[in-house]
Design a protein around this ligand. Structure first.
Ligand code: DAH
Length: 349
């Protein structure tokens, strides 16, 4: 049988226990669990005292109920305080762990860069796209006809010796020049034609300035009344965009079987402004590409009337442009793909 004095004793004991437990609480979650232990309406220790009411003598019932209620209110208040303290503590530790020191050096984000030759390729495409050129990418395996014969270089032509060729079979080879793209385009498309054909080319050469594989970008324009001065005009724009506004070009006579006349194009040395320096070997000029007026025979080979139409063509070595641009004296540095080396070359973003 429960009675008042027993209840008072129990209440004091519960208060003491609650105080002790409160000391060791370290999170709102554990506070919630302890709160349940004491205050759960059915199974909580204070709730159970209320159930004992049945066996309390009736004259004590009112006082008993009041005491249990007071204990309940007291415990609820305690838990509110505990809860507030836990929340504050948790917030503080969150602030601490999420604190940002704005004076700390930023974390360096490592990201890749385009290969310097790819950078040059994109840059050239940008420049020529601005003049209305479209890109046509040919294939690296070609047949003899597109790489040589149609370009006015038949089997016994001495100009074939200019390019040591990797043959895959008597008919197929690795293209030695992107000029083969000219023929594919002229066979498919009627003038006006204005294309760029970038890609890898292959020759069995190997030294500091030549590699068995390198990249070229071919340009071809075919329309009515195209002349050498159109070529010069376009190349002037090109060198100014790549090497700076003060750069100028000069044309030197040369020979390519697919152009007539043919020229080598030099630009004024962008390192010394034309005075003469180690880069231009004291000449003030730097050779940048081969070009010319498309040979009538090449137009005719593609079914284009050479009385009505004329064309201009040029071929740029991309590694050469990159070597000049970034001051590199060995083509192997560009092609060996050593990431440590490549990281030092090119435009880092
Ligand atoms: N195909 C030549 C080479 O690889 C470069 C070239 C010269 C391309 C003159 C042309 C050109 O289109 O007109 O050496």
């Amino acid at each position: 049988m429960a009675d008042l004095s027993e209840l008072k004793e129990k209440a004091a004991q519960i208060k003491e226990e609650l105080r002790q437990k409160a000391e060791s609480l370290d999170s709102s979650k554990s506070a919630y669990e302890v709160r349940k232990e004491f205050l759960d309406s059915k199974k909580g220790r204070i709730g159970l005292l209320m159930q004992d009411m049945r066996s309390v003598p009736s004259e004590q019932k009112a006082e008993y109920g009041k005491t249990v209620n007071e204990l309940k209110v007291w415990a609820a208040q305690r838990f509110e305080e505990i809860d507030a303290k836990m929340k504050e503590r948790e917030l503080e530790s969150r602030y601490k762990s999420e604190k940002i020191d704005v004076s700390m050096p930023a974390v360096k984000i490592a990201h890749g860069n385009l290969h310097p030759v790819t950078q040059v390729r994109e840059e050239l495409i940008d420049v020529f796209a601005g003049m209305g050129f479209e890109v046509y990418e040919g294939t690296e395996i070609e047949n003899d006809y597109y790489n040589f014969t149609a370009l006015n270089t038949p089997k016994d032509h001495p100009a074939r010796d200019m390019q040591d060729t990797f043959y895959l079979s008597p008919e197929f080879l690795l293209r030695t020049q992107t000029s083969s793209g000219q023929i594919h385009v002229m066979e498919k498309k009627k003038p006006p034609i204005k294309i760029l054909s970038p890609g890898k080319v292959f020759r069995s050469d190997d030294d500091a300035t030549y590699s068995p594989m390198f990249s070229q970008m071919e340009g071809l324009v075919v329309d009515k009344k195209i002349t050498l001065s159109d070529l010069k005009g376009m190349l002037d724009v090109f060198v100014k965009k790549i090497y700076g506004e003060e750069t100028v070009t000069r044309l030197r006579p040369s020979y390519f079987p697919f152009t007539e006349p043919s020229v080598e194009v030099d630009c004024s040395c962008f390192a010394c402004g034309g005075k003469g320096c180690p880069l231009c070997k004291g000449t003030g000029w730097i050779e940048v590409l081969g070009a010319g007026v498309v040979n009538r025979k090449v137009l005719e080979n593609c079914g284009i009337d050479s009385d009505e139409y004329s064309g201009l063509a040029f071929g740029i070595g991309l590694e050469r442009i990159a070597m000049l641009k970034y001051g590199i004296n060995n083509i192997k540095l560009l092609l060996e793909s050593d990431i440590q080396v490549l990281n030092q070359i090119g435009d880092q973003e």
